[in-house]
Design a protein. Structure first.
Length: 264
């Protein structure tokens, strides 16, 4: 009897938690592959194509909205983070489409007194949320992830922003995807480069410097993050040594807020 009870107890622990199956991002993946075009280290977005496929985009967003908080909490952190990044990017595209083609920047979807990132229009995980809420509360503010590479994955629909990846993020490949996004962004020397003895980098590193100094992979200083990615930045061994010694100044470049749209 005791043996049978132990076997039954063990079987309970072996049953997967309800809702533990990963979310299927197949619709979003297909849309990205169809309407996001690689262009060197970055990409451009065919918003006209997305506009023609809004029914498919809405179907994907409806499925995102259907996920309950307890179901989300049963996923591991990589599945959660992939879900949130994909949600952010899908609703960013949707926001652009509310005004496209009559805009030059995503900022044009806001107003003098209202930032587009503050708009609460996203039904997700039991609340109506804004893009800022997804990025700064659910991702950065949750304490669950603490991964600065998210700044190369969430896309603000702007030329200055890291590229919208032409495939969906997935929990089982998330580390590799985020590593590649980081490498691609840092290797884009229109955004990040050593020039005249000064390391000129994206304003992302100014706005979110604290995220790069929280100990991710043992890194507690922004120069250490850059040194870790010296090859992508085109830094020599001597450059890297000088950077870590504090002998290379870091300057932040102006951000290009023009829409990351495919040009006809």
């Amino acid at each position: 009897m005791l043996r049978a009870s132990l076997l039954l107890l063990c079987s309970w622990f072996l049953v997967p938690a309800a809702g533990a199956e990963p979310f299927d991002h197949g619709e979003w993946d297909a849309l990205l592959k169809a309407y996001v075009q690689p262009q060197g280290a970055t990409t451009v977005v065919d918003y006209a194509g997305f506009a023609a496929a809004q029914t498919r985009l809405k179907a994907y967003q409806d499925r995102l909205s259907g996920v309950k908080p307890d179901e989300f909490d049963h996923w591991d952190n990589k599945e959660q983070l992939a879900f949130l990044i994909n949600a952010y990017n899908a609703w960013t595209v949707a926001l652009v489409l509310t005004a496209y083609p009559d805009i030059k920047s995503i900022k044009d979807t806001g107003s003098l007194f209202s930032s587009p990132w503050h708009k609460a229009f996203i039904p997700l995980l039991g609340k109506t949320r804004s893009l800022d809420d997804i990025e700064h509360h659910l991702i950065r503010g949750s304490g669950r992830y603490n991964d600065p590479r998210i700044h190369f994955a969430v896309n603000c629909a702007s030329i200055g922003c890291p590229a919208l990846r032409p495939e969906a993020y997935s929990g089982d490949r998330l580390d590799a995807q985020l590593d590649e996004q980081t490498r691609l962004f840092l290797s884009d020397h229109s955004r990040n480069r050593l020039e005249d003895g000064v390391l000129r980098v994206s304003s992302i590193f100014k706005w979110y410097r604290e995220d790069f100094e929280k100990g991710w992979r043992g890194l507690h200083a922004l120069p250490s993050f850059f040194a870790r990615h010296a090859a992508a930045l085109g830094l020599s061994a001597a450059d890297t040594k000088r950077l870590l010694a504090g002998h290379i100044d870091i300057e932040y470049q102006d951000y290009d807020w023009r829409l990351n749209a495919k040009r006809s």
